[in-house]
Design a protein around this ligand. Structure first.
Ligand SMILES: Nc1ncnc2c1ncn2[C@@H]1O[C@H](COP(=O)(O)OP(=O)(O)OP(=O)(O)O)[C@@H](O)[C@H]1O
Ligand SMILES: [Mg+2]
Length: 241
């Protein structure tokens, strides 16, 4: 099971939005996805209730599972690992403790950044967390003889190619070590509308929003080697090189 965390010190950049839409897209592609809703606001737990309320109308839709209230993140992840291909931890835009815990457990941290001065100013804090976690994990690996580093990448959300603030975000991110994913997510009303419908943009009429999330999902699965049981079987059928 591949664990993805969405850390960030700034509320409202789109962590829950990106987490949800990636999860729904992966579910349509037959990944078994669980979202761990670590935010006391419970946005994605509310989404799950909406999804369950609409489930009978759409028997062909595939949904991620959402689990709330986490006592022990590590133990929870261990118990979920046999049943899921991907776990996504939606984090609150505060609460240092859960952010640190998630970064110690995750394989990949996706850092969602939106073009705004406040977002840019808090970037450094988020990177401090990620770098601290990377160092701690390196020490842990050396001590235990394991190899489980944290990978991180930025996702640009509410991106407008020709806008100065968006360009500034790209420039700033060019100066830090973590890679920026090529596929950015635009500001689209579809992203604000879908949660109440209990779906993600993959199942919505805005085909441009759906396409953006599909491309982003593909980049993430390829870059971080995330696979489900079907493409694992496909790969294992290939003759040895
Ligand atoms: N690409 C987008 N286009 C349009 N609206 C968006 C987009 N991304 C996020 N939003 C909207 O912005 C608001 C904040 O997004 P979201 O709740 O995902 O942020 P967050 O980082 O999870 O915040 P918090 O830290 O408070 O949990 C929501 O109303 C959401 O619908
Ligand atoms: Mg959120």
């Amino acid at each position: 099971m591949h664990v993805i965390a969405f850390p960030g010190q700034k509320g409202g950049t789109g962590k829950s939005t990106i987490c949800l839409n990636l999860a729904v897209e992966l579910a349509q592609q037959d990944y078994r996805v669980v979202i761990l809703d670590a935010d006391p606001q419970g946005s994605l737990s509310s989404w799950y209730q909406a999804a369950q309320a609409h489930e009978e109308e759409h028997p062909d839709y595939k949904y991620p599972t959402v689990i709330g209230a986490l006592d022990n993140l590590k133990k929870t992840l261990e118990s979920l690992a046999p049943a899921f291909d991907v776990a996504m931890i939606d984090l609150p835009g505060r609460d240092a403790k859960i952010q640190r815990q998630a970064l110690m457990c995750a394989d990949t941290a996706l850092l969602v950044i939106a073009p705004g001065s406040f977002d840019i100013w808090t970037l450094e804090h988020t990177l401090d967390y990620v770098n601290q976690a990377k160092e701690l994990r390196q020490e842990r690996d050396e001590l235990l003889g394991t190899d489980n580093p944290l990978q991180a990448a930025f996702i640009r959300n509410r991106f407008v190619a020709q806008q100065n603030l968006s360009k500034r975000v790209s420039e700033l991110l060019g100066e830090v070590e973590e890679p920026i994913l090529e596929s950015a997510v635009s500001a689209r009303v579809a992203f604000a509308e879908v949660p109440a419908e209990g779906i993600g943009v993959s199942l919505y009429h805005d085909k441009n929003a759906a396409r953006e999330i599909k491309v982003l999902t593909q980049e993430i699965t390829e870059k971080f080697g995330i696979s489900n049981i079907y493409n694992t079987i496909e790969k294992s059928k290939l003759p040895a090189a």
